[in-house]
Design a protein around this ligand. Structure first.
Ligand code: FNR
Length: 384
């Protein structure tokens, strides 16, 4: 087959599908049970329609000749080049054996965005942080990229605490606590494929630490013993052992969003884990409006983020229009990595940024604030 230009995220997806071994492609791409939530995350965005504003001067005079879509997060402590962040996903060396997360972090630096590193990364978090600093210093001194650390609370609380302390020590700027994973979802493709880690690839942050005994190391090789007893009261414990901003990932219910604010956290991520956990869970973009409503009158303001099914610039624009500070993308980055390592992941980000800027212009938006003001999204379109 002749090679063709990779113009959009779906092109990268199809190319990755050609390249990756079936077991890995399935692990990355599929969801739980009947994959209804996986699909609905995508369809949710497609159902929403935009009503653009016209006759607004959207010409720009910057050297880049493009719209400024820089976005401030976490009380303006953080700036990203457009409202799109790299979601935490497991085991990047399955997509790119040679560099894995070290490739992803270079893409994050180049695009001035955040990489949220997973507890189940296949590279030690200290090495990722080191590469982050090095790549900024040598190639992108202007980059505002930062690292966040995604935490699964493990059955052994001391081990969990140790992960948090390591992340804080090596320069991660926020802690993202994933709460929709009290038990692994039912991913039948992985069962059928008898999914297992290829030799040499493992969850490096959970094993191979000289403080951990070998029994412990063995226990982590194939399963991650996530603590299913984790509950609201444990947030106090986490807040007591770290000074990092805390972001809760995996909220769908408006009551939970309100409770999270009561607990004094700094952000939430509306997420259903990319349709990999509870199937028939509400799609994230459909969950967002009720959540925004529920917290509208709270005095303590937090950042609301969203992930699941973002594949186009218009998807990002819809999420921002409905109140999200930024979106996170999971699988698109994995497709980029699989196709062309750091450059591939960087291209995927660049494509989404360009599409987002175009969508802004075509909707008559000169700034991120315009997107929120312009009332652009129609929720109850009868032609669904
Ligand atoms: C994930 N996700 C995830 N989330 C998390 O908090 N920790 C993790 O280790 C992982 N691992 C993981 C692996 C793979 C292969 C996928 C596809 C997803 C969920 C991820 O952060 C995010 O919520 C979804 O991927 C967003 O949906 P899209 O962008 O993939 O549609």
């Amino acid at each position: 087959e002749t090679s063709r230009a990779l113009l959009n995220v779906e092109d990268y997806h199809q190319q990755a599908k050609r390249i990756l071994p079936q077991m890995i492609y399935d692990f990355y791409s599929t969801g739980s049970d009947d994959q209804l939530t996986l699909n609905d995350n995508l369809q949710g965005f497609r159902r929403l329609k935009l009503r653009p504003k016209i006759l607004i001067d959207v010409s720009s005079h910057s050297t880049e000749n493009s719209i400024n879509c820089q976005t401030q997060l976490l009380n303006s402590t953080t700036t990203i080049s457009f409202p799109c962040i790299i979601a935490p996903t497991a085991l990047h060396r399955l997509a790119n054996n040679e560099h894995g997360e070290l490739a992803t972090v270079r893409a994050a630096v180049a695009c001035s965005t955040i990489m949220c590193v997973s507890t189940t990364a296949s590279t030690r978090m200290e090495l990722i942080a080191e590469e982050h600093r090095r790549h900024i210093k040598t190639h992108y001194p202007q980059s505002t990229s930062q690292l966040w650390y995604q935490l699964y609370v493990l059955k052994n609380r001391q081990h969990s605490q140790k992960l948090i302390e390591r992340a804080e020590k090596c320069g991660y700027k926020a802690l993202v606590l994933t709460v929709d994973h009290c038990h692994l979802g039912n991913r039948e493709c992985d069962v059928r494929n008898n999914f297992s880690l290829p030799n040499g690839i493992q969850t490096e942050n959970l094993i191979d630490d000289h403080d951990y005994d070998s029994e412990f190391a063995k226990a982590y090789r194939n399963t991650v013993p996530i603590d299913s007893s984790l509950s609201w009261k444990d947030l106090k414990w986490i807040q007591s052992i770290t000074s990092l901003p805390l972001i809760i990932k995996g909220i769908i219910h408006p009551d939970d969003a309100r409770e999270a604010i009561k607990q004094g956290i700094q952000g939430i991520i509306v997420s259903n884990h990319g349709g990999r956990q509870l199937d028939t869970c509400l799609s994230t973009i459909d969950a967002l409006p009720d959540i925004m409503n529920a917290i509208r009158n709270e005095k303590h303001k937090i950042d609301v983020y969203i992930d699941g099914g973002i594949r186009r610039g218009t998807d990002i624009l819809k999420a921002v229009a409905l109140g999200a500070k930024a979106v996170l993308i999971g699988r698109p980055i994995l497709w980029g990595l699989a196709v062309n390592g750091a450059q591939g992941a960087q291209n995927v980000m660049a494509i989404l940024k360009k599409e987002f800027q175009l969508a802004m212009m075509l909707c008559g938006c000169r700034t991120i604030e315009d997107i929120i003001k312009n009332d652009l999204v129609v929720m109850n379109n009868r032609n669904n």
